[in-house]
Design a protein around this ligand. Structure first.
Ligand SMILES: NC(=O)c1ccc[n+]([C@@H]2O[C@H](COP(=O)([O-])OP(=O)(O)OC[C@H]3O[C@@H](n4cnc5c(N)ncnc54)[C@H](O)[C@@H]3O)[C@@H](O)[C@H]2O)c1
Length: 336
């Protein structure tokens, strides 16, 4: 194997801690070199046990010639600036979704990466879950015929946000359903989203409805090949983290996402039960491993990554159309 890709991780929060551990323990193609976060102590907490350096400023990471690439897991509002700065410094970039907070920001990010000639991958990890990947390959190979109906859903575990007032407006589209929008685009190869009709409400925290909080949503998307897709999200699934997909075609159907942590079933007086995952980092750890492995291989093999800035743009274009649709109450066109 060639030399591992030396990585600086930017943003040591919840998903940053998971990505750091995955890079250090599950991806032989990576070497977690440094961790940076402006929050006092956050980088040390993660870097120390994993044998990486904790750095105090992003500038130190970008100026370090012993770092080949960055994994950006900072807050979404910082993504565009971090991508542009890292690419301009010649670092390959993996960035969590969304790659920016608007289509203009994402365009700026992908343009900077292209101009610098660096690998730029966006964190649509669902593509690397074994069941979703297998479904994609069958669909792309024509096994289920013409794609006609597609479904994708995300339900966050638990009872909902502790402080719904602190959730930025439109989060359900730009941060949560963005995964489903990318999944739908990817599971309908060769087609593009044309328009959307979105309905959203505050069913979990109705007291926050008047302030624009939305915690439950359903979106209908029409595609250029005639396929009709639905994406659905909730911030509070009592039974655990729930990610599923389904593609129905002229010759059959594929389904994805079981939610159970293992195939073990408990059979007792109450019936038959499966244990469900309580977090994304638990249920989808193999998909995070897969996407970070793909990033390192793309860097080493000097080729584009499997998920690009164009994919980030296409998914956000659906999120933006959802915002337009909820605002007007009408169907909204998806920008290309
Ligand atoms: N792909 C997925 O399944 C998935 C899951 C969770 C979160 N995410 C994404 O990951 C990102 C982080 O989410 P989180 O849940 O870990 O949030 P978090 O709030 O737990 O952590 C964010 C961290 O970023 C740091 N930060 C903020 N601005 C920074 C900057 N300019 N430079 C460096 N660090 C900075 C904060 O101090 C904080 O430690 C978000 O963009 C989110 O959308 C993706």
């Amino acid at each position: 194997m060639s030399q591992p890709v030396r990585i600086g991780l930017i943003g040591a929060g919840r998903i940053g801690a998971s990505h750091a551990a995955v890079l250090a323990r599950r991806v032989p193609e990576a070497h977690l070199t440094a961790v940076v976060d402006p929050r006092p102590g956050a980088a040390d907490l993660i870097a120390g046990p994993l044998g990486a350096r904790a750095l105090s400023s992003v500038g130190d990471v970008l100026a370090d010639p012993a770092i080949d690439a960055v994994v950006i897991s900072a807050a979404s509002v910082a993504h565009r600036d971090l991508i542009v700065a890292a690419a301009t410094a010649g670092k390959h970039v993996f960035c969590e979704k969304p790659a920016g907070m608007s289509l203009a920001e994402i365009d700026e990010a992908r343009t900077a990466a292209a101009a610098a000639g660096v690998v730029f991958q966006v964190g649509f990890n669902r593509r690397f879950a074994a069941d979703f990947a297998a479904a994609h390959d069958l669909i792309a190979g024509g096994r289920i015929g013409e794609v006609q109906l597609i479904r994708s859903l995300t339900r966050d575990p638990g009872t909902g946000p502790a402080d719904p007032g602190a959730v930025p407006q439109w989060t359900i589209f730009t941060q949560t359903l963005i995964h489903d929008f990318d999944t739908l685009n990817w599971l309908n190869p060769g087609a593009h989203a044309v328009d959307v009709l979105a309905t959203a409400d505050a069913l979990i925290a109705p007291d926050h409805r008047d302030r624009g909080h939305l915690d439950t949503a359903v979106v209908v998307i029409r595609y250029s090949n005639g396929a009709i897709a639905t994406a659905e999200a909730s911030f509070a699934a009592a039974y655990g983290y729930d990610v599923r997909g389904e593609v129905f075609g002229s010759n059959g159907m594929v389904t994805m996402g079981e939610g159970a942590t293992t195939s073990m079933r408990l059979h007792d007086l109450a019936g038959r039960a499966a244990f469900t995952a309580r977090s994304d980092t638990d249920l989808l750890v193999d998909s995070y491993t897969g996407e970070l492995t793909e990033f390192c291989r793309a860097v080493t093999e000097k080729r584009p990554a499997a998920v690009t800035g164009d994919d980030a743009y296409a998914a956000f274009a659906i999120a933006q159309a959802c915002i337009d649709s909820v605002t007007t109450g009408a169907r909204a066109a998806v920008t290309r």
